[in-house]
Write a protein that binds this ligand. Structure first.
Ligand code: ZN
Length: 116
């Protein structure tokens, strides 16, 4: 037997599909000999433990940052395995084109201004 939560406005529709009224629980239900497929939108959720409930996480909340790589605004992906803080003939032009070199020069200018 599947318990249903049928809005009062839809009780006649549920009844026409074969749902029965349980006087004791004051709920509609699908008798065992009736196909439950047409009643899916009314199936009472929460009686059976679902996977979302078992995890303990608030339903509907998805942490979109989980598993994402966190990088700065000036992040530049370089195929080369060199040290990006030392001049490299292969990566230098790429860094200059991306704005990374200008940003780093600005940072160095600010830092030098703080220490002198
Ligand atoms: Zn390089």
């Amino acid at each position: 037997m599947i318990m249903l939560k049928v809005p009062y406005a839809e009780k006649d529709e549920a009844k026409a599909l074969g749902a029965r009224w349980n006087k004791d629980s004051k709920l509609w239900y699908v008798p065992d000999n009736v196909d439950a497929a047409p009643f899916q939108r009314w199936v009472l959720k929460g009686l059976a433990p679902g996977p979302a409930k078992a995890s303990g996480a608030p339903a509907g909340r998805v942490d979109s940052y989980a598993g994402k790589q966190v990088v700065g605004a000036r992040y530049v992906a370089l195929e080369h395995g060199c040290n990006p803080f030392e001049a490299c003939p292969e990566c230098g032009p790429k860094l200059a084109a991306s704005g990374w070199s200008d940003a780093r020069a600005e940072v160095l200018r600010i830092v030098s201004g703080l220490t002198t």
